[in-house]
Design a protein around this ligand. Structure first.
Ligand SMILES: N[C@@H](CCC(=O)N[C@@H](CS)C(=O)NCC(=O)O)C(=O)O
Length: 215
């Protein structure tokens, strides 16, 4: 099989890169990563060399080009069905895709106000309208799915849905947004996953500062 190459941005800040990366890493799917640091001042011109949208992430597989975080996860889930990226049960798989789409297409308030920032020291910020509504909906998703599955992850074992919400776990943590024991226990499980730890260690070692993501 041709090798998979995942093009990503800075590990400290690139929430969309983090999603397919942690999905593939946690599932044990072999891939090569190519990290191109953000250059927002210049409009990130290098991203256009490997991504049709000029955004990260993008996946190359032989002649195949895949972009958009969730499409990349779907592509590798098809390539490696035995990796179990989505739940086996159709109804659960539908729920996993539904919450993943909620993440992809929504939660703009929290995404805009609270950029992912892995190494940010924990501390509250003044919250704009809509952030707490997003937090409450996401906490409901976490609580209901873990009640149904028994945890520790949303569908029992780590799945594509956990990957889609991984950057939210960082946001909840570093902006000190949640207090519920349920949510904190889910966050602890995600942060203890070896794939999270590997990404976090690399993010902490990065030299780049992106001022507009430092809230
Ligand atoms: N919906 C896209 C979002 C991709 C995206 O916005 N990526 C950001 C980095 S996390 C980016 O490349 N920004 C660079 C730019 O807009 O110039 C996905 O899910 O992959």
């Amino acid at each position: 099989m041709d090798k998979l190459t995942l093009y990503i941005g800075n590990k400290n800040y690139s929430s969309w890169s983090f999603r397919p990366w942690i999905a593939m890493e946690a599932a044990g799917i072999p891939f090569e990563e190519v990290l191109t640091p953000f250059d927002f001042e210049a409009g990130n011109p290098r991203f256009k060399e490997f991504s049709p949208t000029g955004r990260v992430p993008a996946l190359h597989h032989g002649d195949v080009r895949v972009w958009e975080s969730l499409s990349i996860i779907e592509y590798v889930a098809e390539l490696y069905p035995e990796a179990g990226l989505w739940p086996k049960d159709r109804a659960k798989r539908a729920a996993a895709r539904s919450v993943s789409m909620e993440m992809l297409s929504g939660f703009r308030a929290i995404r805009n106000a609270c950029p992912m920032n892995i190494r940010r020291p924990k501390g509250k910020i003044a919250l704009v309208d809509g952030v707490m509504a997003d937090v409450l909906r996401i906490e409901t998703i976490f609580r209901e799915l873990r009640e149904q599955s028994g945890g520790p992850f949303l569908f029992g074992s780590f799945s594509a849905a956990d990957a889609m919400f991984a950057p939210v776990v960082n946001r909840f943590d570093v902006y000190d947004l949640v207090t519920s024991g349920d949510t904190l226990s889910y966050m602890a499980a995600v942060k203890a996953h070896p794939a999270w730890r590997k990404w976090e260690e690399a993010a902490r070692a990065e030299p780049w500062i992106v001022p507009h993501d430092e809230v």
